[in-house]
Structure formats: structure tokens, C-alpha cells
Design a protein. Structure first.
Length: 305
């Protein structure tokens, strides 16, 4: 019988010894960023995590095996091969049984990272409640997965293509704590401020690590945490350009009948085309900053072990 789950030795050792580890998702490599930037960034963030003292654990599925810590050639495969399936958590069993490759979303990555005992995870922006959800019922599996996986996700809020206040309400309903890092405002993905205020904020990596520790002591051993890390205002996407491109993208979505899993990659692609590369630069910077912070929090967490 073959295995369905495999952790890279570097990652398994670090988890066992309570050393810092950061999980990274692969959907943003396969579907969120265009080639060749996707592969370059995936490699760059491995170096960023290492530079901060944390072992990087990119997560994805290769030949039906959930890999906790993709090897470089596996990252390359997920970045460059056409038609890599986008796997949410619920897709994992079927993709595994079929022996498929797959890129894991935040939902699937948080699920697998939780199983592997990894406490920190970095991405760009979470999935959430889509704008037309009242009709389409399109709500990402990301928030629900975080309600069940004990992983702190460092992100720049939720993608600004979504209904942000509805997503915050939904996270509240699910009981997933949200904390701002160095800011009382919920991050706006491409924009530094979503316009929504958070109840809680922390000002240092140590304080964020204290929140993760407190969750363990207070019976939240099966729940995730959202750490909102806004991009500084000086580096954000021009808000006017953002609103224009988003409005056009939403119109095209309807006109072309794009739905389901394709909505998020379609709209992100529209941004990358419609802003002359500006949104791509911002998206990459968000991811770098979130990996750096997640690594820093995991280092702070392991110091107090
Ligand atoms: N963050 C990014 N780019 C992305 C994503 C996140 O900067 O492409 C991906 C994540 O994998 C997230 C997914 O889980 O988009 C959400 O997709 P959906 O809305 O279909 O759940
Ligand atoms: Mn969806």
C-alpha cells in the first residue's frame, strides 16, 4: 500500500523538535500568479523563510501524495505544468485516490498543515464570501477550513475582489479569531486598508506568538487564527486603478459566465493584465512580507517552547 501523506525530513524534524516551520500554499503558485514570476517567487519565499530561521514547507499534491514540504522539482512542476487541478480541502481524497497532482488552496493547505503539526502558514489573501454570494452561494472553503485547523494564517486580509464585511461576519460566526498586525484596520489585500476596523491587534511577533500559545491553553486546539498584515500605504496599488479594474473584471465575470473555482484566478488575472503589472508587483510583495512575518512568529513561538 502506498502512502497518501509525506513530510520532507527537514520539515518533519523541525515539527518534532518544536523548531520554526512555515507552511506555504501552492494554488497561488499554479493559479494565482502568472509564469514565470510564480516559480521565481515560490523559490524566493523559501529563501525568505530560511533567512528568518524557519523551515519552509510548501504544500501540494504530487502523484496522489499530499506533500508537506515540496522539493524544488515538485514546486517547478506545479508552477509550469498546464492543467494542474486547484484542490480545496474536500478535493484531497479524490485527487489522492486518482494519483493526481494538485495545487492546494488555503483551505487544503491549512488542513494538511494542521495534520502535520505546523502552526504558521503564509499566503497572499484569504478566500471568503464572494460579492454576489446571496445569489450564487459562492463562499470559499477557506474560512470554514480555518475553523477546523489549528494553524495561524498570516495574510493581507481577504482578497479585495470579495465582499469583505460579509467575510468578516462569516469568520465571526465560525469563531475564527482575527488579529491585526501593527494595525487596527483589516488589511485590504492590494490596498493597505480594507476600511474595516478590527477588535484586536498585536504589535510584535512575540505578542502574536502569545496569541497562538493562548489559543492552545484556552481550548482552541482545533481552531485557526487569521493574522492580518497590511501592505504599507506607500506600496499599495493605486486605489482608483484598483476600483476601476475590479468593476471591469466583475462585469466580465458575468458577461463570460465565469463561475465556481475559476472566479478567483480569473479576477486576479484581470488585475495583473489591467494594471500594467502593478497588481502583480503588489501581490508578490504581500506574499514576501507575509512569509517573513509568519517565519518571525514561528521563531518567537519556538523560543518560548
Ligand atoms: N492568495 C493570493 N493568490 C491566490 C490565492 C490566495 O495572493 O491565488 C488563492 C488561495 O489558494 C485561496 C484561493 O485559497 O485563492 C481562494 O479560491 P476560492 O475563492 O475559489 O476559494
Ligand atoms: Mn468559490
Amino acid at each position: 500500500m502506498r502512502g497518501y501523506f509525506e513530510a520532507k525530513p527537514e520539515v518533519a524534524d523541525a515539527v518534532r523538535d518544536g523548531e520554526p516551520v512555515v507552511a506555504l500554499e501552492s494554488t497561488l503558485i499554479s493559479h494565482g500568479l502568472p509564469r514565470p514570476d510564480n516559480l521565481a517567487l515560490a523559490r524566493e519565499v523559501e529563501g525568505i523563510a530560511r533567512g528568518e530561521g524557519a523551515a519552509p514547507a510548501a504544500i501540494g499534491m504530487i502523484g496522489g501524495v499530499a506533500k508537506i514540504g515540496l522539493a524544488d522539482d515538485e514546486i517547478e512542476l506545479l508552477a509550469e505544468e498546464d492543467g494542474i487541478p486547484k484542490l480545496s480541502a474536500r478535493d484531497l481524497p479524490m485527487a489522492a485516490a486518482r494519483g493526481s497532482h494538485g495545487a492546494t488552496t488555503v483551505a487544503a493547505t491549512a488542513h494538511l498543515a494542521g495534520m502535520a503539526g505546523i502552526k504558521l502558514f503564509a499566503t497572499g489573501g484569504l478566500g471568503g464570501v464572494h460579492r454576489e454570494a446571496r445569489e450564487s452561494w459562492d463562499v470559499s472553503a477557506d474560512p470554514g477550513s480555518l475553523a477546523r485547523a489549528p494553524v495561524a494564517v498570516v495574510c493581507s486580509g481577504v482578497k479585495s475582489i470579495l465582499d469583505v464585511p460579509a467575510t468578516l461576519e462569516y469568520l465571526e460566526t465560525l469563531g475564527v479569531p482575527v488579529v491585526g498586525f501593527g494595525s487596527r484596520s483589516f488589511a485590504g489585500f492590494y490596498l493597505s486598508d480594507s476600511g474595516h476596523t478590527l477588535d484586536w491587534h498585536v504589535e510584535s511577533e512575540e505578542e502574536a506568538a502569545d496569541v497562538v500559545r493562548a489559543m492552545g491553553w484556552l481550548g482552541f486546539g482545533g481552531t485557526g487564527l487569521v493574522v492580518s498584515n497590511p501592505i504599507p500605504e506607500g506600496s499599495q496599488l493605486d486605489p482608483r486603478l484598483h476600483d476601476e479594474v475590479l468593476a471591469a473584471g466583475l462585469r466580465d465575470l458575468e458577461r463570460l459566465g465565469v463561475g465556481g473555482k475559476d472566479v478567483t484566478p480569473f479576477l486576479l488575472g484581470r488585475f495583473h493584465e489591467g494594471t500594467g503589472g502593478e497588481s502583480l508587483a503588489v501581490n508578490k510583495e504581500i506574499i514576501r512580507r507575509n512569509v517573513r512575518l509568519a517565519a518571525g512568529i514561528s521563531v518567537a513561538l519556538s523560543k518560548g517552547k
